[in-house]
Design a protein around this ligand. Sequence first.
Ligand SMILES: *[C@@H]1O[C@H](CO)[C@@H](O)[C@H](O)[C@H]1NC(C)=O
Ligand SMILES: *[C@@H]1O[C@H](CO)[C@@H](O)[C@H](O)[C@H]1NC(C)=O
Ligand SMILES: *[C@@H]1O[C@H](CO)[C@@H](O)[C@H](O)[C@H]1NC(C)=O
Length: 863
Amino acid sequence: ASLLWWQCFVKGLFFSFFNPQVVNGIEIYSMKIDSKVTSRFARNVITSRAVNRGNVHKEVFFDVELPKTAFITNFSMTIDGVTYPGYIKEKEAAKQEYEKAVSKGQTAGLVKASGRKTEKFTVSVNIAAASKVTFELTYEELLKRQFGKYEMFIKVKPKQLVKDFEIDISIFEPQGITELEAEGTFITNDLQNVIKKTFSDKKGHISFKPTLDQQRTCANCSQSLLDGDFTVKYDVKRTTPDNLQIVNGYFVHFFAPTNLPQLPKNIIFVIDISGSMSGREIEQTREALLKILDDIRDDDFFNFILFGSDVHTWKEKLIKATPENLDEARKFVRGIDTEGMTNLYGGMMKGIEILNAAHEEKFVPKRSASIIIMLTDGQPNVGISNTEDIRTHVKKAIEGKYPLYNLGFGYGVDYGFLEKMALENKGLARRIYPDSDSALQLQGFYDEVSNPMLMDVELHYPENEISGLTKNSFKHFYDGSEIVVAGRFADINQNSLTVDVKGEGANDVLSFTTQQDAEQTAKAFQEQEYIFGDYIERLWAYLTIEQLLEKRTAATGEEKENLTAEVLDLSLKYKFVTPLTSMVVTKPEDYDNQAGIADKTTEGIDIFTTFAFLQTHCLVDGDPHFIISVPQKEDAICFNINEKPGDVLSLINDPVTGITVNGELIGDKRANSDANSQNTYFGKLGIANKYLNLKVTVTSEKITIQNGNEKTAFTWLDSVTLQQEGLTLIINKEKNLVLSMGDGASFVIVLHQVWKKHPLHQDFLGLYTLKSHKLSEQTHGLLGQFFHPIDFTILEIHPGSDPKKPDATMIIKNKELTVTRGWQKDYRKDPKHGIDIPCWFVHNNGAGLVDGVHTDYLVSSLF
Ligand SMILES: *[C@@H]1O[C@H](CO)[C@@H](O)[C@H](O)[C@H]1NC(C)=O
Ligand SMILES: *[C@@H]1O[C@H](CO)[C@@H](O)[C@H](O)[C@H]1NC(C)=O
Ligand SMILES: *[C@@H]1O[C@H](CO)[C@@H](O)[C@H](O)[C@H]1NC(C)=O
């Protein structure tokens, strides 16, 4: 059975918020994405320049998405000519720095976001009026060859029109470029010829530089068209299967033979049919399997194993893909239905047994590539359900003979387990994202492994000459891919190398020998001006780190410690942000010494943390009292709403994003006979997004998330980070929770716990909004109406009835109101005592300030 969640894991105590400041008044006047690719190794620099056109200081956001396969290598901010560089630190050290910043009184924000192929990097900084800031981010990655092409993609989303916008990509491939494509998901017919593309021999160049007008969604519109993926694909000439390059004591070897006959395959599909697969998942699985059956070649062998509570096999043996058998298989696939629990162990063992028998009985060809593809959406719970035990048995049964590919469908899988099991068996794990294209994702994976050309590929380098060799043996080589091996010469002055490659082809054993020296490499590179000298060394470091991290996934004990030390050492030396390092940026002192931090976790999901000083926000807490901050006045307005326990108030209602927040009032334990002095608090909050069919109910006891028909509940004793398309939820045990919905509108709910035996009070909740600019201009509600800019003037401050609290006249919304200077409590930093926020108090339930009268905001129920 599966939960539909992206990921759910326990986190430490790290928490807090990010700055909600609206970016109005900030102009991003330049954004450049500059990429240089040399021999598949890409270095991308994103530079964004902004100026604060307002007359008060403002928060500027730098918000980009990078490919998951990339490592950040540098980040800096330049404010009014002063550069604040980022430093790569060991994660522990970075954490301490973070905590130091927090202890100095700054609150911290945790932004975790991840798409299918990207992860997000967010930093913000406060700059003074008329000041300029430049952000510069560098990341590097090795472009992988798939389906015969290297692909690079750049996420483009400037969010506003940018005067000087440019993507500039230069590619240098010493083997020669044979094709070059560039396309963008946002490119309209008009923009098509703004992409300039040229290539000749070894050099390729792409430039995309739309003018302000070309960026507009329509004439005179201020919205930007630029929102999507910009993809570049290319391939290189292959006169020989090998290409060797040697520079400064390092070498890289690319191996991709073409025009070899394909090996026949023996494929076992091990498919989860447990109850949680029912509905769309099983339909998409059937659809994908039917398409795959169309692509199976007639000399292939195959079989299906289905596992629910029991294990069902289509045939007792591997079956040849004759037209009749394929027809029968199609009937079988159409009839696949769900049942019961998840006997993953039984399914795996049956599949391996059938494959082993086929080899032992020799009824599959000797030269054929055997593959196991397992698909599951849940966690094993029948047969052997301990994942360590399953791994042990599977590894023993496969004995390295076939690669195992594990596909994890949806968010309910134990992806760590699938990944470990696949890596231990020379395969890999992949996520299948539940979406309308899930069937295509499944098919796409099959396509990657459907054309084996070589088996047991071994790349031999003279042992005594080389150190730090990356992986050099591969179970299969698939058409359209490429094998990359890099290493270091033991003697840095060595400048030539001979390589032997052996592999089993469809007809016989193939071997290739290549020789290369540094001079030949230098000659091949001579015409290019944009080589970064150490690119082979960095490519080697990138590949080494990537492979060590992979190995570390399944390692334990001392081996894991050793691998960790090795990765850390290399990450620090080459300044890569990996799962073991963080990048720390300390922001200028005058705005509270803010710091930003960039992190990466093992699954390729990034955690990016920005420390942002809490500034402007709207909140409701306590009695319930509302505080509306007015940034341009550096001041706040507050009011109370007095209603009865059981009443539900509309706090936020945005018809455009579909987000609503309602709060239900509770009173003290003992009802007060005088209704007017009855204290009320929020005991229950309901946050919903009707377009995403999501409902989150928060009480002082538990947090319930309803996603369609799927329900998940947590208590305040959990520490949870949970991410799903359209929803991020972080529960900081017994303190608060941070919730982001849809495009990023975020809320913080603070839990107020009172002493259990308190005679009067009970636990209650406070609501704080962050990123309210993500909501539309039509947002309304007791809090929502104040997300639009609001201004006021204070006149005639004079003594009031309380000598410590002067009265004044406030001009707001063309009305004159009598207001009183007071304080209200903000409980985010100090949930026990709160921090006093000075504000102008509007009497009588906010009369004159809130639109209409306060009773207009009563609604019938939480949702
Ligand atoms: C990082 O970027 C800054 C700003 O461009 C530059 O001064 C610095 O040298 C870079 N650091 C590295 C290690 O490349
Ligand atoms: C754009 O704005 C200009 C100046 O305000 C106006 O003359 C022109 O008609 C507008 N064009 C469109 C298509 O609305
Ligand atoms: C770990 O490293 C130490 C020191 O280099 C070495 O002695 C030990 O054999 C290594 N252990 C494993 C399991 O690799």
